[in-house]
Ligand binder design. Structure first.
Ligand code: FPP
Length: 249
């Protein structure tokens, strides 16, 4: 069943990106292993997706596994891989029923074939859905994204499709991950740390940033609402002056 919508009158972001931080600390507080925190974090992922469906937020991008996360202890990496596999098997049908398009962004070739195939199958199955674009960044890094886009653009230059002198931000943009999404309006990081950690560097150029002290497994609808209220109260100037923005210039 589709979750009910909530009427809201405030300005809503079209694209929310979240660094889901704090699973490990959440588990440590309970004297449990880090994998316990990731398991609880997965439930919060489900809650955040349902929240976006209810509030008609059309795009949500989650940082589930960074390029640097491979350096974590091997048992934690395998617990996360296991969690991703199980979540895919369990959740895809229902999310598809809700009209969610699932897309994994990052260097997917590094994953075990069984997981990479499941990711691809989930993307293929939900490709035509439009209600919520759910992007899950895995083995992703913002610098990697810009570098892979530059490499692909260089190939286009080499093939004579574009002149080297014509290379600018507009010609590079289509090669970046999430090129078909609106720019990120609201960037949330949970867990109290105040940094971007190599997530969506290009795509957050004009994003409003909300740092939440809440550990990711506890990031519920109230905490998400607080981020939205913070966003709604910001004046977005995109380089203009306050007076220009107020005058609609
Ligand atoms: C950061 O918390 C979290 C991660 C590296 C993993 C994120 C994974 C999930 C939320 C679970 C599953 C996701 C999906 C999409 C099914 P941390 O471990 O760095 O926490 P800490 O800073 O407290 O140590």
């Amino acid at each position: 069943m589709t979750p009910p919508k909530t009427a809201g009158t405030e300005r809503l972001p079209r694209h929310v990106a979240i660094v889901m931080d704090g699973n490990g600390r959440w588990a440590r507080k309970r004297l449990r292993p880090r994998s316990f925190g990731h398991h609880a974090g997965q439930k919060a992922v489900r809650g955040a997706i349902e929240f976006c469906l209810r509030r008609d937020i059309p795009a949500l991008t989650l940082f589930a596994f960074s390029s640097e996360n491979w350096q974590r202890p091997p048992d934690e990496v395998s617990a996360l891989m296991e969690l991703f596999l199980k979540a895919l098997d369990r959740e895809v049908d229902e999310l598809h029923g809700y009209g969610v398009r699932i897309r994994f962004v990052g260097e997917l070739s590094a994953f075990a074939p069984a997981l990479a195939q499941r990711m691809q199958a989930a993307m293929d199955r939900t490709a035509a859905n439009t209600r919520l674009h759910l992007n899950i960044a895995v083995n992703y890094g913002g610098r990697w994204d810009i570098a892979q886009a530059a490499a692909r653009l260089a190939r286009a230059v080499q093939a004579g499709e574009i002149a080297a002198d014509a290379v600018d931000e507009h010609s590079l943009a289509p090669y970046l991950c999430l090129a078909d999404e609106p720019a990120v309006d609201l960037f949330i990081r949970t867990g109290g740390e105040q940094r971007v950690s190599n997530f969506l560097l290009w795509q957050i150029a004009y994003a409003e940033i909300h740092f939440s002290p809440v550990l990711w497994p506890d990031f519920d609808a109230a905490a998400f609402d607080q981020a939205l209220a913070d966003y709604a109260g910001r004046e977005r100037r995109f380089g203009k002056t306050s007076a220009q923005v107020a005058g609609g210039a």
